[in-house]
Design a protein around this ligand. Structure first.
Ligand code: GCO
Ligand code: MG
Length: 403
């Protein structure tokens, strides 16, 4: 029995906002969990501080599954991003503690490495096609074997995935959501041209990915998928709003372009139909939004049964604690597809010191016991929280569209 004696929530804004949970056991072992929910950070901080931390004190840190069930079933009100991010943070911190106590990296506790490294995909972006091609070239030179390509869309200001010149991509950029205009027809005409230009210039010797960011209807997504078939995509991500699971059947009827979805999912119930009916090829749930290592593993096991591979969300709005947790799972599961990796800002690196590494396009979580991430609380205190919201998308007529 190793009792939890302290539970503390740290809110910090090193370049962007992160919420981190710190659990300490009676033996002085510290575990870290990521509780960041982009744009709704303080709701999770409060859920943890006000409703979860008091319940953790005195509990046995080793009883990870029991704690998960206690928080999930015990709340009565199930699922939802705030609840599931909070449970995830506790779960991730408990796995970190278990690894540190055992003196083993978490992936060893999950059954050991099922591969030598985790295939990573990076983000390439450009204001126009030539700029995108330069960025793809730079990433291929860095050794990446898989590249996500996004470019501006004619007539659409502030296209998803494209940063202002020379800046790191960070969509949650202002205290009130920025508004952008969306034009589906323009996007549908332009996207195949963009991805075709990438293949024309660099060939087929690397994996090419694209994120639609939930903006199409099923039939539009079917058309896009078909137009992208000559470019042999690794996947087309989030083609339609993710909560409508049966909609994916319509996309499937029209295209062989592989489909990935899941970054907004919180539980296995959000993707049960998608997986069991084989409507997708990759499940992209994130460890810190979908109930932590315990629950993500359950989702990935269900996916394995149906031939669906994994592709964990790894955007910069998940902290390095989250990325480390995802990498331990990635290394151990049999059905890994790929891991998103966009890195973090230098300010973030002042607060979080991970031991994962990138080599020749593959990530590895490292051999440090637990998750292998150190958090510098003094550095965290130097970066105050700044409210930042994701943008809102409007169509030409002003109606709200999916962002
Ligand atoms: C991705 C995602 C992110 C999200 C972000 C929202 O594929 O990386 O789409 O860019 O927009 O995580 O907070
Ligand atoms: Mg995405």
């Amino acid at each position: 029995m190793s009792k939890i004696v302290d539970a503390k929530v740290i809110v910090t804004g090193p370049g962007r906002n992160y919420v981190t949970l710190k659990l300490t056991t009676a033996d002085g072992v510290v575990g870290w969990g990521d509780a960041t929910l982009n744009g709704r950070e303080l709701a999770v901080a409060s859920y943890l501080r006000d409703h979860v931390c008091p319940l953790l004190l005195g509990r046995d840190a080793n009883r990870i599954e029991d704690t998960w069930q206690y928080l999930y079933k015990g709340a009565y009100w199930r699922r939802g991003p705030v609840t599931m991010t909070s449970i995830a943070a506790v779960d991730i911190a408990l796995w970190d503690i278990l690894g540190k106590v055992a003196g083993l990296p978490v992936y060893q506790l999950l059954g050991g490495a099922a591969r030598d490294g985790v295939l990573a995909y990076c983000h390439a972006t450009g204001e126009d096609i030539p700029a995108l091609l330069d960025d793809v070239a730079a990433h291929l030179d860095e050794g990446y074997l898989a590249v996500r390509a996004q470019a501006s869309v004619p007539g659409v200001d502030k296209a998803y995935g494209v940063p202002p010149k020379g800046q790191f991509y960070e969509p949650a950029s202002s205290a009130v959501p920025e508004e952008s205009r969306w034009d589906t027809e323009s996007y549908l005409r332009h996207a195949p041209e963009v991805l075709g230009a990438v293949r024309e210039r660099f060939g087929f010797g690397f994996h090419l990915l694209h994120d639609v960011h939930h903006r199409l209807t099923p039939i539009e997504a079917g058309r896009l998928g078909r137009d992208l078939e000559p470019h042999r995509m690794f996947w087309m991500e989030d083609p339609t709003p993710a909560e409508d699971q049966s909609a994916f059947r319509r996309i499937r009827e029209h295209t062989t372009t592989p489909i990935a979805v899941g970054e907004v999912f919180n539980s296995i119930w959000d993707c049960q139909q998608l997986i069991t009916e084989r409507l997708i090829d990759y499940i992209r749930a994130s460890v810190s939004h979908a109930g932590g290592i315990t629950h993500l593993r359950r989702i990935f096991s269900l996916a394995e049964l149906y031939g669906v591979r994994t592709g964990s969300h790894g955007a910069g709005d998940l902290s390095p604690v989250s990325l480390a947790a995802a990498l331990h799972v990635d290394l151990a599961v049999p059905n890994l597809g790929i891991q998103e990796y966009m890195g973090h800002t230098p300010e973030t690196a002042e607060v979080f010191r991970p031991s994962y590494s990138l080599d020749s396009g593959y990530l590895h979580p490292g051999e440090a016991p637990g998750l292998g991430v150190e958090v510098d609380e003094e550095a965290a205190a130097k970066f105050p929280y700044n409210p930042r919201y994701l943008p809102v998308n409007r169509r030409r007529d002003g109606a709200i569209h999916d962002w």
